[in-house]
Design a protein around this ligand. Structure first.
Ligand code: FMN
Length: 204
């Protein structure tokens, strides 16, 4: 079994975290550096993350997460933030490809034009894409954490308006999910049951 398969099969959502465990800034950066490798539509990279580590911030975000203890106990809780107007960053983001002559001007213009057509004036597409990108990035981070011997706990149970206010988010940003990461404490649940393959997969 490959290491990737091991990691996928070993990951579970942890509820109990060792409150004495800490992650250094370098360890947090290493996790997020891997999450940055996550693919996004048009390579918009329309997400970012805030690492909640200080005791005061953990206390504040625990309350915003309806008292979920893992926000306080985990070494870090990542707040994944989706960006609605990420397509507007594309001219800058993909310019290195143009400069390196990996794409020509027509491809560059077409790339930006297609993204504009899909997202400009289409708020549902903008929101869907920000959630997709943030969710994929969070999944990468969960597997990166598992690879480093850590556990993780994704959360949608939080006051989105309160989190947006606490993080000072602008009108083009919103919190997508919280993700607690750290060392486990005893008492976490075993793997949970999954649907049968036949319930999930159909081949046409
Ligand atoms: C988007 C998302 C939101 C979740 N929100 C919460 C949450 O707020 N609190 C919690 O304890 N678990 C939360 N979970 C954990 C799920 O309950 C858990 O992933 C699911 O039961 C499957 O278990 P497993 O992750 O151990 O395989 C969330 C999971 C996901 C993917």
């Amino acid at each position: 079994m490959s290491n990737t398969v091991d990691i996928i099969k070993q990951r579970t959502s942890a509820n109990n975290f060792d409150p004495t465990s800490v992650l250094s800034t370098e360890e947090i950066e290493a996790l997020v550096q891997l999450a940055i490798e996550t693919p996004t539509s048009f390579n918009m990279q329309n997400w970012r993350v805030v690492a909640i580590t200080s005791p005061a911030a953990k206390e504040e975000f625990k309350a915003l997460a309806y008292g979920q203890p893992k926000v306080k106990d985990a070494a870090v809780t990542f707040a994944f933030i989706g960006k609605l107007n990420g397509y507007q960053d594309l001219p800058t983001l993909i310019k290195p490809l143009l400069d390196a002559k990996a794409i020509d001007q027509a491809a560059y213009d077409g790339w930006i034009g297609m993204a504009k057509g899909m997202y400009e004036g289409h708020p549902q597409n903008q929101r869907d894409e920000a959630i997709r990108s943030s969710a994929f990035a969070a999944m990468t981070l969960m597997y990166a954490a598992q690879d480093k011997g850590l556990v993780s706990g994704p959360m949608i149970g939080f006051d989105a308006t309160g989190v947006a206010q606490a993080l000072g988010l602008g009108e083009n940003e919103f919190p997508v999910l919280l993700l607690a990461v750290g060392k486990p404490a005893p008492g976490n649940w075993p793997r949970k049951p999954r649907k049968n393959l036949s319930e999930v997969l159909s081949i046409k």
